[in-house]
Write a protein that binds this ligand. Structure first.
Ligand code: 3PY
Ligand code: MG
Length: 342
């Protein structure tokens, strides 16, 4: 009798870095198993699979080649792709660097229930905002864990440009980092150093959540070593705007993101979102980033503004925050319930 192969069976092989599952005869696949095989780019091979695709040694590295050197367990298309943080999702790199327009929202509530809840609402990603809320990396990690069971990606806005936050937030499995308050080329150089593995930068590697606590760290040797590192840099200071021609040349930055609140404040016109000084600057930033082949996102106060920005050529919007959306919905609902009497 044929075996029945479930999604859990696929995931168990995936966790071990197996790309081609070798079986004596083709099992009966459940719909979810078929879906998981497709999304993880895995396949079932009837007969013997190549040695390199067999289950790894328990230490997360293969037994070694003839010279005794350790070889990574997984080779092939999924070798560069993450397991823990992006389970059942394609790597965020394939999304953020594609032509897909992205819609997200900031998360200000420091709890995994909120990311889990919002993660099922249909946003492409949420941005856990550790710049403006009281949450440190332990909390952010739990929030990313809450998101794991959802189809939504997890970006993290770190509070300061430091080795601890950049490397730490990547290690706990952020699909992308949003970096606020970039001002100088020195900031860009430090960001590069902190976020990229050698020889490009000096980020250390370790058995973090990003690498399944060590189980999949062998993948680091199997392809583009910085494949999982997605960096979005904010343009929200006058200094950064003045140096935009240099800043856009940063090849390790995957997308830029305008913060109109801070930018307007730095320009001395805080909150004047229709002021031509601000709107002309935003236009110039769109043109300059586009000419450099860079993607550009922008903060939107509400869904209508988000739709306008996307229709006018922006690649990504972060629509306010989950708390602001809740607040707006409650205000509108109460007004309706009370017949607009107050
Ligand atoms: C700003 O408007 O300053 C922002 O950072 C929005 O995210
Ligand atoms: Mg800002």
């Amino acid at each position: 009798m044929q075996d029945i192969f479930t999604r859990d069976d696929v995931l168990a092989y995936h966790r071990k870095g197996v790309v081609k599952i070798s079986m004596d005869e083709m099992p009966i696949l459940t719909d979810l198993a078929r879906e998981a095989l497709n999304s993880l780019q895995m396949e079932i091979v009837v007969g013997k699979a190549p040695v390199a695709n067999q289950a790894p040694a328990a230490d997360g590295y293969g037994a070694g080649d003839a010279s005794g050197a350790a070889v990574p367990n997984a080779v092939g298309p999924t070798a560069q792709k993450l397991t823990a943080p992006t389970l059942n999702k394609k790597p965020f790199r394939d999304v953020i660097c594609s032509n897909q327009k992205l819609v997200g929202t900031f998360i200000g509530t420091p709890h995994p229930v909120m990311t889990e809840f919002v993660g099922h609402m249909g946003f492409d990603f949420v941005c856990i905002d550790a710049e403006h809320n009281a949450m440190h990396l332990e909390t952010v990690q739990k929030m990313l864990q809450g998101l794991k069971a959802t189809p939504t990606y997890g970006m993290v806005r770190i509070p300061t440009l430091s080795y601890e936050y950049v490397s730490g937030a990547l290690d706990i499995g952020a699909d992308a980092l949003l970096i606020p308050q970039i001002r100088t080329m020195d900031d860009i150089a430090r960001l590069k150093e902190f976020s990229q593995y050698p020889p490009i930068g000096r980020r250390g590697c370790g058995p973090s959540r990003l690498w399944d606590y060590g189980d999949s760290i062998g993948q680091l040797a199997a392809g583009d070593i910085n494949y999982t590192t997605n960096i979005v840099a904010q343009l929200e200071t006058v200094q950064a705007v003045e140096q935009i021609d240099e800043i856009v040349k940063s090849d390790f930055i995957d997308m830029f993101f305008i913060g109109p609140g801070d930018l307007s404040m730095d320009m001395g016109i805080f909150g004047q979102f229709s002021n031509p000084k601000l709107t002309d600057t935003i236009k110039m930033l769109r043109q300059t980033t586009a000419a450099a082949g860079k993607r550009l996102g922008l903060f939107a106060g509400n869904f209508e503004a988000a739709s306008n920005w996307l229709n006018s050529g922006f690649d990504m919007v972060i629509v306010n925050s989950e708390l602001a959306i809740l607040s707006g919905a409650v205000a509108a609902g109460l007004k309706k319930a009370r017949g607009d009497q107050r």
